[in-house]
Design a protein around this ligand. Structure first.
Ligand code: UT7
Length: 330
């Protein structure tokens, strides 16, 4: 049995992301929707959400394909080989198959075998859930070097006749390589769910008897989600700061789930953070569910915005209803 030194912590060794090349601006999407009699506009989408474009995967490209690109970029940034990974967790609500998990399919595509690999399903909170699980496993010595990925092909579950949802989402993937460390790293985590709100954001269909049963397309009560998101994002931010013994003013960067600029700015305001400390990428990729936080994190790291040693607050919120936060020193 390997001897593990305690206390041990989790640090991010590298980040990566991937957006499929097919990019649709609001105007291009609006023109396509107009052909089907669905009316929307660039102005409405930008004003209500901050989204300017999204990326859609081509037919035949699946969740694990996007995850593979993001994982390779993160491994490269960490200076590691796939064979050095001893845990894979994929956060997704748009897996390749009912089973096996996208994590196992990714493991195969990475050309490795043996380490545990599994999916986490917490919709848009999936990445903070997966990060928290990986952190727990690393702290207890169950893993030492993990690949944690958020990957989604939400375009596959959109109802393109429903303008209240189809303009909001996109496809993409983001990844981190986590390593055991004798100093943090991840300072504190905070996760929640409230199943009383399952109906406000869901894709209720399922597969049974060789058929799709129920509606397999995304449904959302946008206003209900909006109100709940604003409240729980503040609560979770406060909870994770308390757990870490830190203050609002210690946050160098807030990286919330990238769904709506108004929700993100509202959260920053409640935490008394200047808007310059808010990482925003929703304009470029829309809501990519579990992929949005690692996509934004990777963008911020690669653009030089977020640097080693900065204190970063990650916050997820989404279907379930689920929400949570991770506070870390990069
Ligand atoms: O990933 C999980 C987290 N998800 C979220 O955070 C989403 C949270 N919710 C939201 O971001 C917002 O509620 C939306 C962006 C979904 C909607 O924004 P809103 O300001 O709440 O708009 P609304 O639903 O109140 O709709 C206002 C108007 C309505 O028309 P009427 O009834 O006032 O005539 C809608 O029919 O905007 C209309 N509308 C649109 N118009 C043009 C709704 N969607 C569109 C559209 N284009 N795409």
């Amino acid at each position: 049995m390997t001897q593990t030194a305690f206390p041990r912590f989790t640090r991010i060794a590298g980040t990566g992301s991937y957006l499929p090349p097919r990019r649709l601006t609001n105007a291009q999407l609006a023109a396509q929707l107009a052909e089907q009699g669905v009316e929307t506009s660039d102005q409405w989408i930008v004003e209500r959400t901050g989204i300017r474009a999204r990326h859609f995967a081509d037919d035949g490209v699946v969740c694990s394909d996007l995850a593979l690109h993001a994982a390779r970029h993160a491994l490269e940034a960490a200076g590691r080989q796939a064979g050095e990974i001893d845990l894979i967790i994929v956060a997704t609500s748009t897996p390749d198959m009912v089973f096996p998990s996208t994590a196992c399919l990714l493991q195969q595509k990475l050309g490795i075998a043996g380490c545990p690999a599994f999916d986490v399903q917490a919709v848009c909170s999936g990445f903070v859930y997966a990060l928290t699980v990986a952190d727990s496993m690393i702290r207890t010595g169950a893993a030492s070097r993990a690949l944690v990925i958020g990957s989604e092909v939400f375009s596959r579950i959109l109802d393109f006749t429903d303008r209240t949802t189809c303009v909001l989402f996109g496809d993409g993937a983001g990844a981190v390589v986590l390593e055991a460390s004798d100093a943090p790293g991840i300072l504190a985590t905070d996760l929640h769910a409230d199943g009383r709100h399952v109906g406000i954001l869901c894709t209720p269909g399922t597969v049974a008897g060789g058929k799709v049963l129920g509606d397999p397309l995304l449904k959302m009560d946008g206003q209900a989600v909006f109100k709940l998101a604003v409240r729980v994002l503040e609560e979770s931010a406060r909870a994770v700061l308390d757990k870490a013994g830190r203050q609002d003013s210690d946050i160098d960067w807030l990286i919330p789930h990238q769904a709506n600029i108004r929700i993100m700015q509202g959260t920053a305001k409640k935490l008394k953070l200047p808007l310059e400390k808010l990482v925003v990428t929703v304009d470029e990729h829309g809501n990519t569910s579990a992929a949005s936080i690692p996509l934004a994190l990777d963008h911020a790291v690669r653009s030089g915005q977020v640097k080693r040693g900065d204190t970063v607050m990650l916050e997820g919120v989404g279907g379930g209803f689920t929400w949570g936060a991770v506070l870390l020193d990069l």
